[in-house]
Design a protein around this ligand. Structure first.
Ligand SMILES: [Fe+2]
Ligand SMILES: [Fe+2]
Length: 271
């Protein structure tokens, strides 16, 4: 079976390239399940309920978030009621949302999805290792295919989580840095790994935001509005092939879709 994880969706440009191209991409790449990290969808921070619905309608099966999860507080109702969206599993029990989801892929395989936050160069949060141990103890034993979105800053942190979970989950894929890493691989125990899947949004930017605004604030210390940029929109994702019976990964590759490729695959032109 084939799983696509779409990296951090930033703003309207990120949302639009996903909703326009995903139905055709699913067919072209024969994808059975799509997971998307949407923590930056709402003008760069958070996820609005309307965006959640549009992404699901376009063919996203499960949504993960990250450190910006609650920036749009309206999402808490979605987190409380929907079964295909998760909070970071190492957030406290009092934080809204479920710590894992099980969704059914197009080929009928049930797939567990877990989100974890790193602790290096990030806001303090509960231990991600203890959290994933708890989650693995709770997951139904017959759900063999398990995908972990490790939303973290440091590559060492991500490698550690990947190695810790090798043989226990199908894939440990990183998000949060918005920069795709070229280290996709399958570890000896059968776990697919990549430090960061990258960003789905405008790449003529600083991590999705306008270059001039970030530069001005950085150099002058004057606060500005870090608006979402607009140029060079790309969808960044990673595709993992897995054996549904064992849950072991058999292949991993990066998927970058440029705006012109997205237009071509969707058979439409951007107005
Ligand atoms: Fe992000
Ligand atoms: Fe993040």
């Amino acid at each position: 079976m084939r799983i696509l994880l779409i990296g951090d969706i930033v703003g309207k440009p990120g949302e639009r390239i996903v909703t326009r191209s995903l139905p055709a991409l699913r067919r072209r790449e024969a994808i059975d399940l799509v997971i998307a990290n949407a923590e930056n969808a709402a003008e760069g921070s958070g996820l609005a309920p309307s965006q959640y619905r549009r992404l699901i309608a376009a063919g996203v099966d499960c949504i993960t978030l990250g450190d910006h999860i609650y920036r749009r507080s309206e999402i808490c109702e979605v987190l409380a009621t929907e079964t295909n969206i998760v909070k970071p599993a190492n957030y406290p029990a009092t934080a809204p949302g479920r710590t894992w989801a099980v969704v059914t892929a197009a080929n009928g395989t049930r797939v567990a999805v877990v989100s974890l936050l790193g602790r290096v160069f990030m806001r303090p949060v509960d231990c991600p290792w203890a959290a994933i141990d708890r989650v693995l103890g709770e997951l139904p034993a017959d759900v063999k295919v398990r995908v972990v979105d490790f939303h973290a800053e440091a590559t060492s942190d991500k490698q550690l989580m990947g190695r810790y979970l090798d043989g226990k989950v199908t894939a440990v894929l990183g998000t949060h840095t918005h920069v795709t890493t070229a280290d996709e691989q399958i570890f000896p125990g059968g776990t697919a790994f990549q430090c960061d899947v990258g960003m789905t949004g405008p790449h003529e930017s600083i991590l999705g935001r306008r270059i001039d605004r970030v530069l001005e604030t950085t150099m002058t210390f004057q606060p500005t509005q870090f608006e979402v940029a607009s140029g060079d929109v790309r969808l960044s994702g990673t595709i993992v092939d897995a054996d549904p019976a064992s849950g072991r990964a058999t292949a991993i590759r990066r998927l970058i879709v440029t705006q012109s490729e997205a237009d071509a695959v969707s058979g439409e032109r951007e107005a």
